[in-house]
Design a binder for this molecule. Structure first.
Ligand SMILES: [Fe+2]
Ligand SMILES: [Fe+2]
Length: 172
């Protein structure tokens, strides 16, 4: 067994091989390093510009909303696989919110409750729209970030949300 650490969320994964994606924040394997070599962005205290601060706060709201919506969708799903998938997506989005609060030196995020449609079909459609919006927004934020670590963060997140969109497109 080995210890791997995600350089985006800073969480450790213990296993015999590096996972294809971080099980906690969903970052791709290129962001996951051998434990001794990893330098998680959440551990580095950096000066954050006003522009990046504004973009990170918008990200925080979006991720907290996504967490709430996916938990609602998990509650309405009839099939266990869909329920479990939405629970996982909710946890991943909450992890994204947590990373933002660490980057900004804020208190841990608080979850909220939001409504969602009743059918899987409507929920899949809404999920694809949410993930598409998030992926595009984070790609824009990469271009607007002056700080290297913030660019790395938004690059990783834009890929995660894009992969969520692909996942739902395939099962819908
Ligand atoms: Fe991670
Ligand atoms: Fe997210």
């Amino acid at each position: 067994m080995k210890i791997y650490i995600c350089e985006i969320c800073g969480d450790a994964y213990i296993g015999s091989e590096k996972p294809a994606n971080c099980p906690f924040c969903g970052a791709r394997s290129n962001f996951i390093k051998d434990g001794a070599e990893a330098k998680p962005i959440v551990n580095e205290k950096i000066e954050i510009s006003e522009e990046s601060r504004k973009n990170l706060l918008e990200t925080l709201d979006l991720e907290i909303d996504a967490n709430a919506i996916y938990l609602c969708m998990a509650g309405k799903a009839k099939e266990y696989m869909i329920k479990a998938m939405y629970k996982r997506l909710a946890k991943v989005e909450f992890e994204h919110a947590t990373i933002v609060t660490k980057l900004l030196g804020m208190d841990a995020p608080k979850a909220k409750e939001l409504p969602c449609p009743d059918s899987d079909a409507e929920n899949f459609e809404k999920t694809i729209a949410l993930e598409d919006h998030a992926a595009a927004l984070y790609r824009e934020f990469v271009k607007k970030s002056a700080e290297k670590n913030i660019r790395i963060f938004f690059t990783a997140l834009s890929q995660v949300e894009e992969e969520h969109k692909q996942l739902i497109s395939e099962i819908a």
